[in-house]
Design a protein around this ligand. Structure first.
Ligand code: GDP
Length: 434
């Protein structure tokens, strides 16, 4: 999906526009920790365009001076986006901070669409001509608070979507990413998987998407490690901010089939680990929990069991995810990883036969009667798989409201056990039979 980033000095209304564009999307709320609040990144739709949008204003850069913060936010946009919406404020006119942003964006060669916000009524429209001086062509007047002009602005942004390079690795290729907080050992693990000290990754600005990924082949199976460059590229100040690393992880998750959630065996589980794992789960990717730095852990024969128990307690929503212990440094147990990746990927795209599925569901119902409410009982007529990646099932019922979360969970588990959906989330959708 194309990525659009909103850039501009503070108080021009970036987050208002972000929220307008994103709309009232309700995301899946489960026991996933803290995923929906405080958003700077979301999927969105405009006409028949599906894209992702970033509010760079939400990435707080710390105590840097004002202009430095603006610069870093603009650089995030340049690094991460296919199209940049440069936002200014029509009530205040062109400011020197706007000119500062313009200069940075100008050098990037990324497509930029200029928006002049807070143009709340037609009379204000002739104030926008000053903004031609920023050098990005026609300014688009919009009003975040009134929701005006957004259509034309998004049309202009969407014109650039088709021009970007489309990545296409083919169905048989397993795409996986490694995510986790800084220093957990992501790039070390990539190196030891690839069996060489240094991976040469082209990091030239303007190269295709593919250049940030590393394709390789092992034992006849093709893999692509997604966003290898993002794991290795270190040094820019904003890369150490949590929101930025989460943003980067989100984008990698989106492009992956299988996500390896790395945990530092030495330091244990922290909140950020949960948050990142929560995204992978929400996105419906296959998930493997990888405990790295196992060499550095003092252990006896019970340590691994104990660690796994603590993972299970912290990541209840990932009860399907296998746990693998490795050391990227000594390469011990590294060979156990690929077979688990293969297995999770296979299950993630598994299709099951409707006849067997319905036997499983009916057996489950016989074992544990469907819930009732106000004297009405849930009736299940038929189940069918409608999608893979992740496996998604529609269950036709009398009244979908009667399908309670706990019963859904029960059915999910029965289906999971019967077919062996290890490593992948599965989804159940209750629909009224027509
Ligand atoms: P990244 O930020 O997640 O990419 O982490 P790096 O791969 O750069 O690793 C961060 C630090 O942890 C480096 O000093 C590595 O040498 C160290 N490290 C990585 N993997 C292991 C491991 O398996 N065992 C030990 N003891 N140290 C490791």
């Amino acid at each position: 999906k194309p990525v659009v980033a909103i850039v501009g000095r503070p108080n021009v209304g970036k987050s208002t526009i972000f929220n307008r564009v994103v709309g009232e999307r309700v995301s899946i709320v489960e026991d996933t920790p803290g995923v929906t609040r405080d958003r700077i990144y979301s999927s969105a739709e405009w006409l028949n365009h599906d894209f992702n949008i970033i509010d760079t204003g939400g990435i707080d850069i710390g105590d840097e001076p004002f202009l430095e913060q603006i610069r870093q936010q603009a650089e995030v946009a340049i690094d991460e986006a296919d199209v940049i919406i440069f936002m200014t404020n029509g009530r205040e006119g062109v400011t020197s901070a706007d000119e500062h942003v313009a200069k940075i964006l100008f050098k990037s060669n990324k497509p930029v669409v200029l928006a002049v916000n807070k143009v709340d009524n037609p009379e204000m429209r002739n104030q926008i001509y000053d903004f031609y001086s920023l050098g990005f062509g026609e300014p688009f007047p919009i009003s975040g608070s009134h929701g005006l002009g957004l259509g034309d602005l998004l049309d202009a942004a969407a014109e650039h979507f088709d021009k970007r390079e489309i990545e296409d690795y083919g169905e048989e290729v397993i795409k996986f990413s490694l995510i986790g907080r800084p220093n957990v050992g992501k790039s070390s693990l990539v190196n030891s998987l690839l069996g060489e000290e240094r991976v040469i990754v082209s990091d030239v600005a303007g190269t295709t998407r593919d250049a940030v990924d590393t394709p390789y082949k092992y034992d006849g199976q093709e893999y692509v490690i997604i966003d290898t460059a993002g794991m290795r590229k270190k040094g820019k100040v904003y890369e150490s901010t949590e929101k930025y690393s989460v943003l980067r992880a989100l984008r990698a998750i989106e492009r992956s089939d299988v996500v390896l959630v790395l945990i530092d065996g030495e330091e244990g589980i922290i909140d950020q680990d949960k948050k990142i794992a929560g995204y992978a789960h929400e996105a419906g990717r296959a998930v493997i929990i990888v405990v790295n730095k196992w060499d550095a852990v003092e252990k006896d024969e019970k340590t691994m069991d104990k660690f796994e128990k603590s993972i299970r307690a912290h990541f209840q929503f990932l009860d399907y995810a296998p746990v693998v212990f490795v050391s990227a440094l000594t390469k011990k147990r590294i060979h156990t990883l690929l077979p688990v990746i293969n297995m999770a990927s296979e299950n993630h795209s598994m299709r099951v036969q409707s006849s067997i599925l319905n036997e499983v569901v009916m057996d489950a119902v016989a074992m544990n009667p469907t819930p009732t409410e106000n004297g009405r009982r849930l009736k299940i007529f038929y189940a069918t798989q409608v999608a893979v990646k992740p496996p998604t099932f529609v269950v036709f019922v009398n009244e979908p409201e009667l399908m309670h979360f706990s019963y859904e969970r029960f059915l999910e588990n029965r289906i999971r056990e019967a077919f062996g959906f290890e490593g992948t989330p599965i989804r159940l959708i209750a629909r009224a039979r027509k």
